[in-house]
Design a protein around this ligand. Structure first.
Ligand code: GLY
Length: 390
């Protein structure tokens, strides 16, 4: 983050502390999001080029539908429709959801949960459009082809440093899609393989302090071959978004199964995150909790948005005292994301809502930029916050 951005973060924080906790005006935030995304729709006439981020030269960075983020824009449009009830957002959401349709046959990625469940899942929840359901059920079958019962996991990639079964913690995010598919199709396999994947991840991905490795690579019989990182600072570090995916994923696991061990794991991850000495006062983390030059490292607003949304759900499952802590932390995070420190001015930021996320710093990719999924989880968090406030 540049010096001026750091100053804005500091001023926003000081004003919140000085003037007390301002409530978040969710309707106002969505009115802004709608206006900002009007601009995004106008600047994106071609639905094969999905809004993703900003290039180093400042131009919009668009990606094909095969990219793991292709479903987030459609998903965000559904959230705007859910809040505004305005039919024009339903039409836009349908158009950008159907843009990803062909990915239902994609068996080369574990990211079908993100790609299909965010747009089609929200679309189906809000409209009960049977076409969306059929596409998702085909997609769930495609995703399940990546589960190997002998290894006991859904493989994330086909190869990582010579290993054939690498699993990244992000993969936990694809499981709620499979739980949905199990319910809708009656096929228990989707449920069982998700539980097996989550159990093996629980066993192998976490350190005693509750933080998670980014990658665990398995051998053909399910033995751990190696552990490390792909997008974090170091193999032993806590990559911020990885912790966010883990928290969200195990909160999902508890929702879907009601197994207390997943709840305990979600709490452990939340407590690691919230009590970490390197977590800044505004609770939006640096891109890695162990990045070497903290405080002169970039923040990752996407990790903050994912964590805020997950904490709001988790706050509904835990005892009263912890619930207050998680809700208050999420509220602070959303409040700060909605402040000028992180939120763009209308018409700027290539029409994304949030600034200051990091995609993959070690790969020199997407550093201190908007990211489409930061916007998605920010909007989701706002809706969850609004429901809980009511
Ligand atoms: N799933 C990839 C990432 O979080 O960057």
């Amino acid at each position: 983050m540049k010096y001026t951005s750091k100053l804005t973060v500091l001023l926003a924080f000081v004003s919140i502390v000085a003037f007390g906790q301002k409530k978040i005006d969710v309707a106002k935030e969505f009115a802004f999001a709608a206006q900002q995304y009007e601009g995004m729709l106008k600047s994106h006439p071609d639905i094969t080029k999905t809004p993703q981020s900003t290039n180093p030269d400042g131009s919009p960075r668009d990606m094909p539908t095969s990219w793991w983020c292709s479903g987030f824009f459609g998903g965000s449009l559904w959230y705007i429709f859910e809040q505004t009830k305005d039919q024009k957002w339903k039409e836009a959401a349908d158009k950008w959801t159907m843009a990803v349709e062909k990915e239902q046959y994609n068996t080369s990625t574990h990211d079908l949960g993100f790609m299909l469940y965010c747009p089609f899942g929200n679309g189906y929840r809000l409209t009960k459009n049977e076409k969306y359901k059929e596409i998702m059920l085909t997609g769930a079958k495609s995703l399940a082809t990546r589960f190997d019962p002998k290894v006991g996991v859904i493989k994330s990639w086909n190869n990582w440093k010579g290993n054939k079964y690498p699993v990244i913690i992000d993969n936990m995010m694809n499981l709620e899609f499979l739980f949905w598919a199990a319910r809708e199709s009656g096929n228990k396999d989707f449920y069982n393989l998700s539980v097996t994947h989550a159990d093996n991840t629980l066993k192998n991905h976490f350190r005693p302090d509750g933080s998670s490795f980014h990658v665990v690579a398995y051998g053909p019989n399910g033995e751990v071959a190696t552990k490390g990182t792909h997008q974090g600072y170091a193999d032993e570090s806590a990559w911020a978004r990885g912790q966010a995916w883990a928290l969200y994923g195990y909160t999902d696991m508890y929702r879907e199964t009601k197994d207390k061990k997943y709840l305990a794991q979600a709490e452990k991850i939340a407590d690691f995150y919230l009590n970490h000495p390197n977590l800044p006062a505004d609770k939006i983390p640096y891109w890695d909790f162990n990045a070497p030059n903290i405080p002169n490292e970039e923040r990752d607003a996407s990790a903050g948005a994912i964590t805020a949304s997950a904490l709001l759900e988790l706050s509904t499952y835990v005892g009263k005292a912890k619930s207050k802590v998680y809700f208050a932390a999420a509220e602070t995070m959303l409040q700060n994301l909605a402040s000028p420190a992180y939120k763009a001015n209308l018409g700027e930021n290539n029409h994304f809502i949030l600034k200051h996320s990091v995609g993959a710093k070690p790969l020199k990719s997407e550093i201190d930029v908007p990211l489409v999924y930061a916007d998605y989880y920010f909007l989701e968090g706002l809706l969850r916050y609004q429901k809980l406030k009511k």
